[in-house]
Design a protein around this ligand. Structure first.
Ligand SMILES: [Zn+2]
Length: 528
């Protein structure tokens, strides 16, 4: 259907009739000069090119593009489709579609979305290569991902259908759709980029390789209808600091306190995609100078000169045996600090306990929603309340979430045109600087989002002055624990988020979507 539309353009119908109504006129004028000035002719129709390809060869197009920076796509008289691969172009494409519908009637017009354009591109790539088509697809997807600052690529194959989603700044969106066979070929080609290991359709498989300076980790999981494949793209040279991740001054001081305990367990908790492993990496990089540090994790995300990194493969057949061997080795290495990655089962919990009881400083991450809920999660993994309350065992718990940061270039000062809601929120947060994300976005962002920031809460359990805290933990008295935290002014995650909302960095609605309702007493801020 898309090709139908393109062929009609190729017949020249687009340029000859000029629509009268205002929005159509805007689009028609935007496209017409390009159609005239484009001087490239080709026997092929439906060829899809990026606008910068076209502008390289034609100074008139280049000049026109400089004047129409928001414009994302056009169709030449001979049927060539040019576009800028950018999610924010969606709206312009919709205008183009409206125009096509008006010109050709509903039945000839299917939505021209970025997905359609990327499929046209894939078709063009396929036609233009005699061999190694599969690698071209992988190359195209990965290059687009890098251009869009993508952190995760999801390839979902269900029967004869394959969908490719991207995640940028925490926002997940559809990039393209393929036939199921093309998807399977593409995934096999992804695994072929790694130095060893083969894609296996029927069992969980991991692999890793370097692409254009990035480290790519791929994981495939068979499901009832096909395969779910996730690629994580990371810059191996990006070294985060806790400050840059979004922790505030009070929390940084608490990190220093936790770091100073001579031994014991500290846990970074959070939900999936909350940035736990990045925080652990930042901690590790801050400790290497003075300590002998060993990391045992699956996978190792980043390597440091002074750290011994041991990678374990949880999918390997002899995983349990290997893990026991590694633990024996750890004791003999006598590290000052052990980073154990995710504590996900009784096996890794036992390892953390053993090392902490031997007086080592142990840092690990765990899946949980809040600092207090982390205590029951640890008990669920076999670390009982008696042990958690034992002096010198548990130093503290950090719980964190990642909240999308509002793009300052296109953010809104009101909730749509809802004056009442806006002023109610300004009163709740006692701030006139609130900002709301703009779902239409701009060239600087993805749907109004530009980056993510940590919101967190810390609970310190260790230390001589906290006997009462440990007593509450032994008794499982969560209300008393909460009161104790309040008494020590260890602020909640909601209060931390509210600071950033008041400053216009976070959208109050998006923040509540991630961390739940923010109560008025948390929203008001410190001096309320
Ligand atoms: Zn923006």
């Amino acid at each position: 259907m898309v090709r139908n539309v393109v062929r009609h353009y190729a017949n020249g119908r687009f340029g000859t009739s000029r629509p009268k109504s205002a929005p159509r006129q805007v689009a028609a004028e935007a496209i017409a000069p390009v159609c005239k000035s484009a001087n490239t002719r080709s026997a092929k129709t439906n060829e899809v090119r990026q606008l910068d390809d076209a502008s390289e060869s034609n100074p008139k197009i280049k000049a026109w593009l400089a004047r129409h920076q928001k414009f994302r796509a056009f169709v030449e008289n001979d049927g060539k489709v040019h576009h800028v691969p950018d999610a924010s172009g969606e709206r312009t494409l919709q205008q183009l579609l409206q125009l096509v519908r008006a010109e050709l009637g509903q039945s000839n017009a299917q939505p021209i979305s970025l997905v359609d354009f990327s499929q046209l591109r894939i078709a063009a790539v396929k036609r233009n290569t005699q061999s190694s088509t599969r690698n071209d697809l992988v190359e195209m997807v990965l290059r687009e991902a890098i251009a869009k600052d993508v952190s995760d690529v999801y390839v979902t194959i269900h029967h004869d259908r394959c969908r490719v989603h991207f995640r940028t700044h925490g926002v997940r969106y559809l990039f393209s759709e393929l036939a199921g066979d093309d998807g399977r070929e593409m995934v096999r080609a992804i695994w072929a980029l790694a130095p060893h290991g083969q894609f296996e359709q029927t069992r969980p498989t991991d692999t890793a390789f370097d692409f254009a300076g990035l480290r790519v980790r791929a994981n495939s999981l068979p499901d009832t209808r096909g395969n779910s494949v996730v690629l994580r793209l990371r810059d191996p040279n990006w070294l985060p600091t806790l400050d840059a991740l979004g922790y505030d001054a009070q929390q940084l001081a608490l990190f220093d306190e936790l770091k100073a305990f001579p031994g014991g367990l500290t846990v970074i908790s959070g939900e999936t995609n909350s940035g736990k492993s990045t925080t652990l990496t930042a901690m590790m990089s801050a400790m290497t100078a003075s300590s002998m540090v060993i990391e045992v994790a699956d996978p190792i995300e980043m390597e440091f000169e002074d750290v011994t990194h041991v990678e374990i493969d949880n999918f390997a057949e002899d995983a349990d045996e290997t893990f026991r061997d590694i633990l024996g080795g750890l004791v003999r290495q006598n590290p000052d600090a052990l980073f154990i990655g995710e504590i996900r089962d009784a096996k890794s919990a036992e390892a953390a306990v053993n090392m902490a009881l031997q007086g080592k400083r142990v840092w690990g991450s765990i899946h949980s929603q809040s600092r207090v809920a982390t205590l029951s999660r640890l008990q669920h993994l076999g670390i009982d309340a008696e042990l958690l309350a034992q002096p010198g065992f548990l130093n503290g718990v950090i719980n964190q979430s990642l909240v999308p940061v509002v793009c300052q270039s296109c953010s809104l000062t009101q909730v749509g045109d809802d004056v009442q809601t806006t002023s109610a929120l300004r009163a709740k947060y006692r701030s006139a600087d609130l900002r709301f994300h703009n779902p239409d976005g701009c060239p600087q962002c993805v749907r109004g989002i530009r980056g993510q920031s940590v919101v967190a809460e810390v609970m310190v359990v260790g230390g001589e002055s906290r006997d009462d805290m440990r007593r509450h933990i032994r008794a499982g008295d969560y209300a008393a624990i909460a009161a104790r935290l309040k008494g020590e002014k260890l602020r909640s995650k909601a209060a931390h988020a509210a600071d950033k909302i008041r400053a216009g960095q976070l959208d109050p609605f998006l923040a509540e979507q991630v961390i739940g309702r923010i109560a008025p007493e948390d929203a008001r801020g410190e001096d309320a």
